[in-house]
Design a protein. Structure first.
Length: 164
């Protein structure tokens, strides 16, 4: 996907070092799972992800890159098991230096449009950990509405939903 300022693309192994730089900021990763501590484990995970996720589902967590080539984060679509059902989830992470410049909004808007137009999704979710007020406001700005509290893998999330 290409937007006015961004390229949203599949991850490659060449992106891992830049992701470690972004994920090094504890404020950025406070409410999300971090990368593997061992770089080799992250490489193996990424190889499997590339092989299994993109080709099978036609979506996944993509790299968000400025058109000048700088990797500034990740955003995309994933599957989350909720009450025995697989739900489509929008996820996003933009490096601290690039937050509050509209990059996250630009990227996620393109991804939401892709999900509704190309994947023909009828519903998208954002699952946000309690206390992550910035993500709650961001989800609302994107047109998601607070729906419920759900528990996934022993963690409670506030579910935000956007219908097509």
């Amino acid at each position: 996907m290409v937007t006015d300022r961004l390229i949203i693309r599949e991850i490659t192994l060449d992106d891992i070092d830049e992701l470690y730089d972004i994920y090094a900021d504890e404020e950025v990763t406070k409410y999300i799972d971090n990368l593997y501590e061992n770089r080799e484990d992250e490489i193996e995970f990424t190889k499997a992800y590339i092989k299994n996720m993109y080709g099978f589902y036609e979506y996944g967590m993509w790299i968000v890159q400025k058109k000048d080539g700088k990797v500034i984060g990740r955003a995309g679509i994933s599957n989350r098991e909720v009450d025995g059902e697989s739900e489509l989830e929008i996820g996003y992470l933009i490096g601290k230096t690039y937050q509050r410049h509209g990059y996250g909004y630009e990227a996620v808007c393109a991804i939401v449009n892709y999900a509704f137009d190309e994947l023909e999704a009828e519903k998208l979710n954002c699952f946000i950990r309690e206390g992550n007020h910035a993500s709650e406001k961001f989800a609302e700005r994107l047109g998601f509405e607070k729906n419920s509290i759900v528990k996934c893998e022993d963690t409670e999330y506030i579910r935000y939903v956007r219908m097509k």
